[in-house]
Design a protein around this ligand. Structure first.
Ligand code: PMP
Length: 362
């Protein structure tokens, strides 16, 4: 028998399907220029900070009580932001869109069920899927990172998945899907279809949201987050829009009082300040387009992006490039196809530092 200090994970009776796994997570390294997790580089404006402090002071006096379990005021605010005729019965919220996705898997996945996604895409989709004892089926994107509707439908007909994931704009490639492709997938899918629109606000103007398809499709779920364009990653607030019956299903699996009083207050203050928060989106889009053009000007490949990041390559030794940038104080992400790297769009100064560091490395 060993002492408590010598016990390792391998000694515990952990689920067989978790044995040998590594936890998800981008390295959190304290460097001057952090361009690795697709955050908005602009901090909340002072007026928001003031109003949030005021809201916390107001709500702190009632923290002996549980929060509104159904977050109705917040859901009404989110519905008003989304538009498309949505109301609080058609909107749901949780601690980041990751928790929203987990609740969807808990309600619609499970043992004996499958979920299909088209990769490369957001790596938490398979991790949440398998964490909910659901089998992950990996479909493929095209060489340009788009989706061929015919092939996507063929994969759906072959596997008959209980859930299909579409990410638009896609992480880590930045690729937006045409609504016709999303509609074709929703028509073909026998189960639920989740369109992850975490980066929707950064899409090039005129790109329609999958929200437009909701009235026709009760098995469609569109997820969003306040972590990216809304510059509120620290708040942990993700949400979705779907048919009211879908939200009834999620109520069966959500933990009671999952959204704290303070989270609900912070999200509502942020929504009240949405003009200022989303005011940074145009600048980030322009910086993104400049970054794509600059990378291509250097003879590199850069994927077209509708998000606040750019996937670029190709580097046979991408680890060395990533490390070279880090040594110069610039942290980006080693993710995506083997010879590509992803840089999140920062401020003008941060992108200048990125360009200088990359030139030095190359
Ligand atoms: N979906 C996609 C496509 C993402 O890239 C991310 C964040 N990396 C998320 C969902 C989750 O974001 P959050 O939990 O902060 O809402």
């Amino acid at each position: 028998s060993s002492s408590v200090g010598e016990v390792s994970l391998a000694d515990l009776p952990i689920r067989a399907d978790l044995r040998g796994r590594s936890p998800y997570g981008a390295p959190q390294i304290d460097v001057p220029v952090r361009l690795n997790t697709n955050e908005n580089p602009y901090p909340p404006p002072p007026g928001l900070v003031e109003d949030l402090a005021e809201a916390v002071r107001r709500d702190a006096a009632g923290l002996n009580r549980y929060p509104d379990r159904d977050a109705l005021a917040l859901r009404a605010d989110l519905a008003a932001y989304l538009g498309h005729g949505l109301d609080s019965a058609r909107v749901w919220a949780a601690n980041g869109s990751n928790e929203v996705l987990q609740q969807i898997l808990q309600a619609f996945g499970g043992p004996g069920r499958t979920a299909l996604g088209f990769e490369p895409s957001y790596s938490m989709h398979p991790i949440i899927t398998t964490g909910c004892s659901t089998e992950w089926i990996s479909g493929a994107r095209e060489d340009d990172f788009g989706l061929d509707p015919g092939k996507a439908i063929a994969a759906i007909e072959e596997h008959r998945p209980d859930l299909v994931f579409l990410t638009s704009p896609n992480n880590p490639t930045g690729t937006a899907l045409p609504p016709a492709t999303i509609a074709a997938v929703v028509e073909a899918a026998p189960g639920m279809v989740v369109v992850d629109e975490a980066y929707f606000e950064f899409a090039r103007s005129g790109t329609p949201s999958a929200l437009t398809l909701l009235p026709e499709h009760p098995r469609l779920i569109v997820t969003r987050t306040m972590s990216k364009a809304f510059a509120m990653a620290g708040t942990r607030l993700g949400y979705l829009a779907a048919h009211p019956a879908v939200i009834e299903a999620l109520l069966l699996v959500r933990l009671p009082y999952h959204l704290s009083t303070l989270t609900q207050a912070a999200a509502r203050v942020a929504l009240a300040h949405r003009e200022a928060l989303l005011g940074t989106v145009d600048e980030l889009r322009a910086e993104r387009d400049r970054t794509v053009a600059w990378l291509r000007g250097k003879g590199l490949k850069a994927a077209d992006s509708d998000a606040n990041f750019v996937l670029f390559g190709e580097f046979p030794q991408r680890r060395a490039v990533w490390e070279g940038l880090l040594a110069r104080g610039v942290l980006i992400r080693e993710v995506g196809p083997p010879e590509w790297l992803r840089v999140s769009i920062g401020t003008g100064d941060e992108m200048a530092a990125f360009r200088a560091a990359l030139e030095a490395v190359l």
